[in-house]
Design a protein around this ligand. Structure first.
Ligand code: THU
Length: 303
């Protein structure tokens, strides 16, 4: 794991799988820079704590969104990839990697910035982590030129993990993606094509379609096909799903509702419709009240 995440405040709902996501962001930053075997610590704090830290460490008496404390002292004009010896000195046996330093993120500020940009909190935390990662690798933004170079590196790393500062995907768009997925349906027995698209809590989308079988019971629904792709890519929390049927509204079957429950709470928006006829939005709670959840069996789906 490229990062060690520490919460100094209670973990907000929906961010339980943040460590894996920020780990992927950090790895993408290292890859963009061209270094391997590095890591850093991320602490998530509140407004007051970051203000205190900013005053103590930098003599600036105000809150900010993120602070970075590199372990390596990079010579002017050099970044991590050109300092292999300095990096090697920071090998931390406890972490099992080169410790680049500490990143401290203000959750309150991340939340208000996420609102301002119209995207998820996880996505904003991904942004702040990438920004900090490049500081920890020797980048800065003291002048316009430096700033442009740093922004470019951040964008390259973030787009590699599918994180952009674009507004969160709309219901219309998710439904459109489900319609695209429907085109690949393999349904020679029912001739009912179904497409689905899952939006994960970290902002990624995964498409699926139904695929049938000569042994009818071996058929896989579009929703479980999309869920399989999401899980295999490391996602564990779903933020929304769209499902479309070719000739009728594709209400998710009972098994699919239960599968969605494993990775979502009952507020999950389920966007269901028929091709060319629009959609309606229900919550998973409306489709599956009184459901059995992993928590009921003492299981944390994030670990
Ligand atoms: N189907 C889905 O893909 N999702 C559902 O939740 C309902 C049913 C598919 C399975 C089968 O290929 C076809 O629709 C007819 O049942």
């Amino acid at each position: 794991m490229a990062i060690e995440l520490q919460w100094d405040i209670p973990v907000p709902e929906g961010l339980e799988d943040l460590e894996a996501f920020l780990g992927r962001v950090a790895d993408a930053c290292f890859k963009t820079e061209g270094i391997e075997g590095a890591g850093f610590a991320i602490r998530i704090v509140d407004d007051a704590a970051i203000r205190t830290l900013n005053r103590q460490m930098r003599n600036i008496d105000s809150a900010t969104d993120v602070l970075s404390f590199p372990t390596v002292n990079y010579p002017a004009g050099r970044t991590a990839r050109r300092c292999p010896k300095r990096l090697a000195r920071e090998y931390d046996p406890g972490m099992g990697c080169v410790n680049l330093g500490d990143c401290v993120i203000n959750l309150g500020r991340a939340r208000s910035q996420a609102e301002e940009y119209g995207h998820s909190l996880a996505r904003e935390l991904g942004y702040l982590t990438a920004h900090s990662a490049f500081h920890l690798m020797g980048y800065d933004h003291m002048n316009e030129e430096e700033k442009a170079v740093m922004r470019d590196m951040e964008e390259r790393a973030l787009s590699a993990v599918g994180v952009t500062r674009e507004p969160e995907i709309s219901h219309d768009r998710l439904f459109e993606l489900a319609c695209e997925a429907m085109q690949n349906s393999y349904s020679p027995y029912s001739h009912f094509k179904v497409g689905a698209c899952i939006l994960t809590a970290d902002g990624r989308t995964f498409k699926g379609c139904n695929f049938e079988n000569a042994s009818y019971g071996a058929t896989i629904c579009a929703e479980r096909c999309a869920a399989s792709c999401a899980i295999a890519a490391g996602a564990r929390r779903f933020a929304a799903i769209a499902v479309v049927g070719s000739t009728a509204v594709a209400w998710p079957c009972g098994i699919c509702r239960q599968v969605l429950r494993e990775f979502s709470d009952l507020s999950l928006p389920v966007i269901v419709g028929a091709y060319g006829k629009g959609y309606t939005v229900k919550t998973l709670g409306e489709l599956l009240p009184e459901s059995l959840s992993p928590e009921d069996l003492g299981v944390d789906t994030n670990s």
